[in-house]
Design a protein around this ligand. Structure first.
Ligand SMILES: Cc1cc2nc3c(=O)[nH]c(=O)nc-3n(C[C@H](O)[C@H](O)[C@H](O)COP(=O)(O)O)c2cc1C
Length: 328
C-alpha cells in the first residue's frame, strides 16, 4: 500500500506506533520498524539526553529501518532539557520526530536543519491547521477515543478525520481507536493516509511492559476507560482501576477547587510501577477505548501483517463486491 505517509517516511506499511511513556522503548520501536511500520521511541521516558542517545543506539542495533523519536511538550513549569534531547536526536541520526503537546514551532528550525521530518500530534482541526502553518511535515489526528490526552473538544474520529481532510493539505494519519484492517480502511476512507496506534501496540509480545498490563487491555471492554483531569484542562483517557475511582471521587467532591496537588499520588511518577512491575492499581495509566477491540497478544509482525491482509481483503473483496459493474 502506497500513501503520502509511506512515501514521506520511507516505510512499507502506513502504520505508526505512537510515543508511549514507559512503553516506547527501543524493543518496541525496532519491532514495529522491522515489520514495515514506523516505530517511535518515547524521548521523555529517558531521564536525560544521554540516556536517550543510548536508547537510539540500542534501537539502531536492532533495526536498519527508519524509526522516530517522540518529543512531548508538557504544560509544566520546570521544562525538561529539550535542546539536549534534540541534540541527541540529531546526533543519533534519527530522521523522524513525532511532536505532541504544546506547539512545537520553537523547535522546528533545529529539527528541519538536520533534515528531520516532523509529524505533530493534534486533537483538533484548529491545531492541525496550525501545525501546517508553522511548517510541520505531517499530522497525526488524535480523536476523542484515543488513549492518553484527547484534548478538550471531544470530537470523535468519524467527524474529526473528514473535517481535517476538508481543509488540511498535509498528509495525516488517523490516531485513536485504531486496531485492525477495518480501522485502516475506514481511516483511509475518511481521508487519512495511514494510522497511528498506541493501546493496540501495548498488547504485543515485544512491548517491553509487564504481562499484567497486556492482559488488562485484553480483558477490558470499550466501556472500561475514564476521563480524568478534565477540570484541570489536561484531560486524559485512562483505564478504570481503584486509583482512578479514588481520583474521580476527589474530582467530584472538590469540583472546580481541584488542584493538581490533590491528585498527585494517583498521576505523578506512577508509570514505572505499572509498566515495569505490573502493579496496575498504582495509579492512572493511559488506555484507549480501542481496548474493546483487542483480544490477543500477537507479535508485532503478526499484528501488522494481519492488519494489511485484512485491509486488502476488505478493499478488494468486501467493498469492491458491493459495487456493480462500472457504468458506460
Ligand atoms: C500508555 C500510553 C502512554 C502514552 N504516552 C504518550 C506520550 O508520552 N506522549 C504522547 O505524545 N502520546 C502518548 N500516548 C498517546 C499515543 O501515542 C497515541 O496517540 C494514542 O494511544 C492513540 O490512541 P489509541 O490508544 O486509541 O491507539 C500514550 C498512550 C498510551 C496508551
Amino acid at each position: 500500500m502506497k500513501t503520502r505517509i509511506t512515501e514521506l517516511f520511507g516505510i512499507r506499511h502506513p502504520i505508526i506506533q505512537g510515543g508511549m511513556h514507559f512503553v516506547g522503548f527501543a524493543e518496541l520501536a525496532a519491532a514495529v520498524s522491522n515489520a514495515g511500520g514506523l516505530g517511535i521511541i518515547t524521548g521523555l521516558t529517558q531521564r536525560t539526553p544521554e540516556a536517550l542517545a543510548a536508547e537510539i543506539r540500542r534501537c539502531r542495533d536492532m533495526t536498519d529501518k527508519p524509526f522516530g523519536v517522540n518529543l512531548t511538550f508538557l504544560p509544566i513549569v520546570s521544562a525538561p532539557d529539550y535542546p539536549g534531547y534534540i541534540r541527541s536526536i540529531v546526533e543519533g541520526g534519527v530522521r523522524i520526530v513525532e511532536t505532541a503537546g504544546n506547539n512545537p514551532q520553537k523547535w522546528l528550525p533545529a529539527l528541519h536543519e538536520a533534515g528531520i521530518k516532523v509529524i505533530h500530534k493534534c486533537t483538533s482541526l484548529r491545531h492541525s491547521l496550525k501545525a501546517e502553518a508553522i511548517g510541520c511535515d505531517a499530522v497525526s489526528v488524535d480523536g476523542f477515543e484515543c488513549g492518553g490526552h484527547p484534548g478538550e473538544d471531544d470530537v470523535p474520529n468519524f467527524i474529526l478525520l473528514p473535517r481535517v481532510a476538508e481543509q488540511l493539505k498535509l498528509p495525516f494519519v488517523a490516531s485513536g481507536g485504531m486496531a485492525d484492517g477495518r480501522s485502516l480502511v475506514a481511516a483511509l476512507a475518511l481521508g487519512a493516509e495511514g494510522i497511528n496506534m498506541g493501546t493496540r501496540f501495548i498488547a504485543t509480545r515485544e512491548a517491553p511492559v509487564h504481562d499484567n498490563v497486556k492482559q488488562a487491555i485484553v480483558a477490558a471492554s470499550e466501556l472500561d476507560t475514564r476521563l480524568i483531569m478534565r477540570s484541570l484542562r489536561n484531560t486524559e483517557r485512562v483505564l478504570r482501576n481503584a486509583a482512578v475511582d479514588k481520583l474521580l471521587e476527589k474530582e467530584r467532591s472538590l469540583g472546580a477547587n481541584l488542584k493538581f496537588e490533590d491528585i498527585i499520588h494517583e498521576v505523578a511518577g506512577v508509570y514505572p510501577r505499572i509498566m515495569k512491575e505490573g502493579d496496575l492499581d498504582a495509579g492512572a495509566w493511559s488506555c484507549g477505548m480501542v481496548a474493546g477491540l483487542i483480544h490477543d497478544v500477537p507479535s508485532v509482525k503478526e499484528l501488522i501483517e494481519r492488519i494489511m491482509a485484512e485491509a486488502d481483503l476488505i478493499i478488494r473483496t468486501r467493498l469492491a463486491g458491493m459495487l456493480g459493474a462500472p457504468g458506460p
